[in-house]
Design a protein around this ligand. Structure first.
Ligand code: G3P
Ligand code: MG
Length: 249
């Protein structure tokens, strides 16, 4: 599964990133969904605009109309490639996309989304409600259902109310002591955790209880192979160009 599209190949959480993920051969893409200041669901990871767009301000105070003018290539250019960044800069598919635009793009590309609900403060339920209500209007019933994940249990509870038939995944940085109760309570299909803290016995326990196990964000082939050997079902990666040819299938 590509992470924020394919974060190392194109600016994260943009349509360009979804296209890069598809070109690298993944069938799923993860991205983060947040509400703008005027309540519109867009793809964005941080509460502030600076890292990816260079603009000042907070997402929960910025209306969609203002966000539309911003270019989201800054972090990619600084971290990965100045030369590729120059090519991406100013491209229409490198702006902050709405969830609706993204759904149309993924349908064209034949990709299935892992929608991570990433609420700003106080909007855990509302972010899930708005995002999933919109997405359900657009996502055809004959396509594989989106997977909805979140670190926020309140967001998953809201997802269950709005989209009970779409699978849910609980995210965690560390393996939670109450994993069994939480996954049952939220009626999850999967558990997703930080790859470096993933232990073989915990993967086995979660899988024996009937859930899929995903890990983020794995960018090396050797690490990916070790995780698959531990029984992990899904590697969420910034580098599908490396991991798909080496490990898929
Ligand atoms: O969904 C997996 C991963 O994206 C969770 O962490 O901070 O990259 O959204 P983060
Ligand atoms: Mg994420």
């Amino acid at each position: 599964m590509g992470h924020r599209g394919a974060k190392a190949l194109a600016p994260e959480n943009t349509l360009a990133s979804m296209k890069a993920a598809a070109a690298a051969g993944v069938s799923w893409v993860e991205f983060d969904v947040m509400l703008t200041g005027d309540g519109q669901p867009v793809l964005f990871h941080d509460e502030t605009l600076r890292r990816t767009t260079g603009a000042r301000g907070d997402m929960d105070r910025t209306p969609l109309s203002e966000l539309r003018g911003l270019d989201a290539t800054r972090h990619f250019t600084q971290k990965y490639s100045r030369r590729a960044g120059k090519r991406f800069k100013g491209q229409p598919d490198c702006r902050v996309p709405t969830l609706e635009e993204t759904a149309a793009c993924l349908l064209d590309l034949g990709l299935t989304p892992n929608v991570e609900i990433k609420p700003t403060r106080g909007l855990a339920a509302e972010t899930a409600e708005v995002a999933l209500t919109r997405l359900r209007k657009l996502w055809p019933a004959d396509r594989p259902a989106p997977l909805v994940s979140s670190f926020e249990r309140e967001s998953l509870a809201a997802s269950r109310r709005v989209a009970p038939d779409w699978p849910r995944g609980l995210l965690a940085e560390d393996f939670p002591a109450d994993w069994r109760e939480a996954l049952a309570e939220l009626d999850c299909a999967s558990f997703h955790m930080y790859w470096r803290r993933t232990r073989r016995a915990e993967v086995a326990a979660v899988k024996a209880a009937g859930y899929a196990f995903a890990v983020y964000t794995v960018n090396g082939v050797r690490a990916g192979r070790r995780l698959l050997d531990k029984g992990v079902d899904c590697l969420i990666t910034d580098r599908p160009d490396l991991l798909v040819p080496a490990l898929a299938g």
